[in-house]
Design a protein around this ligand. Structure first.
Ligand code: NAD
Ligand code: UD1
Length: 332
């Protein structure tokens, strides 16, 4: 059985669907601090499979210990944590406490219960800003905000855990920019408040819930001057976790793997793709650059292909269309 922490969240819920569709047994731990209580039921509806969801905090030792004693867990996929970059700059101690203590708490329980397979949600944000593109797993590491440093530090914690126990296996998946939603339109990304990330913002502008997109800079050294990122469909990303799980069961030690498409897409290309997918206009204006942004960021995907057999299948139009379908179904 696989413990999925943060399984009601954006990436976690799509991964639960993949796991259940592949015939895996799962148990979800989530405190719903950034997700809705009806997500587990939607996952069950999509997959027609039953599973238990425990409402609780991954940082709480008693909760996690009880979970390990109640369920025959043999692997953990750890999504739970705080993820807003701006908030992490304002509240660094909160981010260090929540993200680090959640991971350490899980790892201690795993050690005590003899569970030895761990998949971790890392991020392309662990790479230093001045690397040449594409980013390989060997690119230089370095972060610019506390959120990024928590990812960096948990990767180092996992290195230590693997060194201390030669039977332990950990895979840190470095995600690029996940967007899109499940084809059912039932689950997707629905941030609370005004979105920080591009796609949810674009979706709300197209839906008439926000007036106008601010394009953060059109003077970057990119083909159309706007920022270029490696957007990956969340369902492709979810499938990557299934492959990483198989990989973790066949080896020991730690490995780091990029999950992206290897292709860069600009902000204006996203705007046009979303307009095409939705049939709606996305009014935008050019605004100053956002502090901390870089011009271009995309993955070298060779390692994911080689060690996991992973290759992203969906294109930008699929990503925008699925996000549109999901947004149409939400009512805020
Ligand atoms: P999300 O916020 O949608 O999901 C996280 C889930 O964890 C939520 O359901 C939340 O309620 C839960 N959670 C938070 N703190 C918890 C706690 N202490 N105890 C129990 N549950 C808790 O985020 P997401 O986009 O699905 O991201 C999942 C993971 O992937 C995060 O670790 C994030 O840092 C990482 N990541 C995300 C992105 C991205 O762009 N979405 C990119 C790189 C890495
Ligand atoms: C963000 C996170 C990063 C995380 C990554 C993947 C920040 C500062 N960084 O990076 O840690 O790993 O997501 O999820 O939040 N843009 C606009 N207008 C907007 C919003 C965004 O023009 O309203 C542009 C940005 O300048 C950027 C692109 O769109 O060029 C993508 O932005 P965003 O979705 O926030 O992702 P990242 O900046 O890549």
């Amino acid at each position: 059985m696989i413990l999925v922490t943060g399984g009601a969240g954006y990436i976690g819920s799509h991964t639960c669907v993949e796991l259940l569709n592949a015939g895996k047994e799962i148990v979800v731990l989530d405190n719903f601090s950034n997700s809705s209580r009806d997500v587990p039921e939607k996952i069950a509806r999509i997959t027609k499979k039953e599973f238990d969801t425990i409402e609780g905090d991954v940082c709480d030792p008693e909760t996690v210990r009880k979970l390990f004693s109640d369920y025959p867990i043999d692997a953990v996929i750890h999504f739970a944590g705080l993820k807003a970059v701006g908030e992490s700059v304002e509240k660094p101690l909160l981010y260090y406490r929540e993200n680090l203590s959640g991971a350490v708490n899980l790892l201690e329980c795993m050690r005590d219960f003899g569970v030895k397979r761990f998949i971790f949600s890392s991020s392309a944000t662990v790479y230093a800003a001045d690397n040449p593109m594409p980013l390989t797993e060997e690119s230089r590491l370095g972060c610019t905000n506390p959120y990024g440093w928590t990812k960096f530090m948990i990767e180092r914690i996992l290195e230590g855990a693997c060194k201390a126990d030669p039977g332990f296996s950990a895979v840190a998946l470095r995600y690029f920019n996940p967007i899109g939603a499940h084809e059912s339109g039932l689950i997707g990304e629905d941030p609370k408040g005004i979105p920080n990330n591009l796609l949810p913002y674009v979706a709300r502008v197209a839906a008439g819930k926000l007036d106008c997109l601010s394009v953060f800079g059109d003077d970057y050294d990119t083909p159309d001057g706007t920022g270029v990122r490696d957007y990956i469909h969340v369902c492709d990303l979810a499938r990557g976790h299934l492959l990483a799980l198989d990989y973790a069961f066949g080896r020991t030690g730690i490995d780091f793997i990029n999950l992206g498409t290897g292709k860069g897409t600009s902000v204006l290309e996203i705007v046009r793709a979303y307009e095409e997918a939705s049939g709606k206009k996305v009014p935008y204006r050019i605004a100053p650059r956002r502090a901390g942004d870089i011009a271009t960021c995309y993955a070298d995907t060779e390692k994911a292909k080689r060690v996991l057999g992973f290759c992203a299948q969906y294109g930008i139009l699929d990503m925008c269309y699925s996000a549109y379908r999901f947004t149409e179904g939400t009512d805020d």
